[in-house]
Design a protein around this ligand. Structure first.
Ligand SMILES: *Cc1c(COP(=O)(O)O)cnc(C)c1O
Length: 416
């Protein structure tokens, strides 16, 4: 297909895009094509006013009274109630607190205690590092002889979950390749073998429908700052299946996890609700920012977001192929819709980091993951088909003229 045809196809898609009105709610810099919402979602235009209100009316004026008057104290529930429908959970099974890493620690400990007769923890070798480091950390800290089994290939996952498995910790959508696991089948399989399952939804929540209650997931965690656009370092969410509430305990028994924090009791009594998964005082400014971002979801269905995400990705692949980039790049993301999340990852044989830097210099922001992956995350609430067309044109030029080979693109920064 010719370049002109692709361009007009993009324009046609954008013209009939039912989600096109959402883009104007985001503050996106001029001249930037942003495909990194899977690392840090952009800011909503309504954010400064909301934060300013919290600063001036609530903090500066209300002072300590705002814990009650502005309902700061209930922010974990208020925010969780907005996330729950996106992940197919009852609001009383979700709370918002701490970072994803800290929440992985909590649910991993909770699950290992629930299934204490067993010693094996199953995860994937390619799982996100924090998940793997925490598995090792918890194993070493508990000193109960837990054994870690890291599966090298998705195909071996089912076989590796056996009657010896205590807990399976999996990331639903792989951060490098965008590969999505079959949550329902794996959860069923694990339960059939008496194992508990923890799902890391960092690359799923806000990108595609998830049905935690329906599939019977035991625990889940996820990120506030990726597809939920909560801002840098936004708090994370944690889900505990209703069945485990009141019996699953996490060990960070800070006062917010107590039955009656403001009774200031001398001894610990766990809260019987999801609040047991809180630890200390919520970071109000960050919670408010996440709350503001989540208001978007009053007006849009996650199913519609998923539909557009798949179309954007399909069009991206079409542009890559039509631009003759097939020879330079291989597609690391599974092609079947049911097997992928909201990103396309391209593998490059040369210096992929430099190619991404060259793209960023042209205003196309994606990111690079070692050893050879260029990631393009698609966020249907603000990305357009026109952007996809233009981004791939840039990529084509960068490759054609060897622009990425300039020394300035090869210097590694701290955050890739
Ligand atoms: C981004 C990400 C995290 C992030 O954890 P933090 O504690 O927020 O740094 C965790 N798991 C996965 C799979 C991720 O992609």
């Amino acid at each position: 297909m010719s370049v002109e045809l692709l361009q007009s196809k993009a324009a046609d898609f954008d013209a009939v895009d039912p989600l096109s009105s959402f883009r104007s709610r985001f503050q996106l810099p001029e001249g930037v094509i942003y495909f990194d919402g899977n690392s840090l979602g952009p800011m909503l235009k309504s954010m400064p006013e909301r934060i300013s209100k919290t600063l001036h009316d609530e903090w500066a004026t209300g002072l300590i009274r705002s814990w009650n008057d502005a309902d700061w104290i209930n922010l974990p529930e208020t925010v969780a109630a907005k996330i729950a429908p996106l992940i197919g959970a009852k609001p009383e099974c979700v709370t918002v607190t701490d970072s994803t890493s800290v929440n992985i620690f909590k649910v991993l400990c909770a699950a290992l205690v629930l299934n204490k007769g067993r010693k094996r923890i199953v995860s994937e070798k390619n799982n996100f590092p924090t998940d793997l480091y925490l598995v090792e950390g918890v194993r070493d800290f508990l000193q109960r002889g837990h054994e870690v089994c890291l599966v090298e290939d998705d195909l071996e996952l089912f076989d590796s979950i056996t009657h010896e498995t205590a807990v399976v910790l999996l990331t639903h959508v792989d951060f490098r390749t965008g590969r999505m696991l079959d949550m329902e089948a794996l959860t069923k399989h694990a339960h059939g073998h008496g194992a508990l399952v923890i799902w890391d939804l960092a690359h799923s929540a806000g990108a595609l429908p998830v049905h935690l209650d329906e599939v019977g997931a035991d625990f889940a965690v996820g990120c506030g700052y990726k597809y939920l656009n909560g801002g840098p370092g936004a708090p994370s969410f944690v889900y505990v299946n209703e069945e485990h509430l009141g019996s699953a305990w996490q060990p960070l028994t800070g006062w917010f996890s107590h039955k009656t924090p403001f009774a200031f009791d001398h001894s610990y009594e766990p809260n019987q609700s999801i609040k047991q998964f809180l630890c200390g005082t919520p970071p109000v400014l960050s919670m408010v920012a996440l709350d503001e971002s989540l208001k978007l979801w009053r007006d849009v269905r996650i199913e519609d977001v998923r539909n557009k995400s798949l179309k954007l990705a399909e069009f991206f692949l079409e542009c890559v192929s039509a631009s003759g980039l097939d020879d330079e790049f291989s597609i690391a993301t599974p092609l079947e819709h049911k097997d992928r999340g909201s990103q396309i990852s391209l593998r490059f044989q040369g210096d992929g980091y430099a190619v991404m830097q060259a793209l960023i210099a042209r205003g196309v922001i994606g990111d690079f993951r070692d050893p050879d992956i260029l990631r393009f995350g698609f966020a249907p609430l603000y990305n357009t088909f026109g952007e996809i067309f233009r981004a791939v044109q840039h990529l084509k030029e960068i490759i054609e003229i060897g622009e990425w080979q300039q020394a300035r693109f090869m210097e590694r920064k701290a955050v890739t």
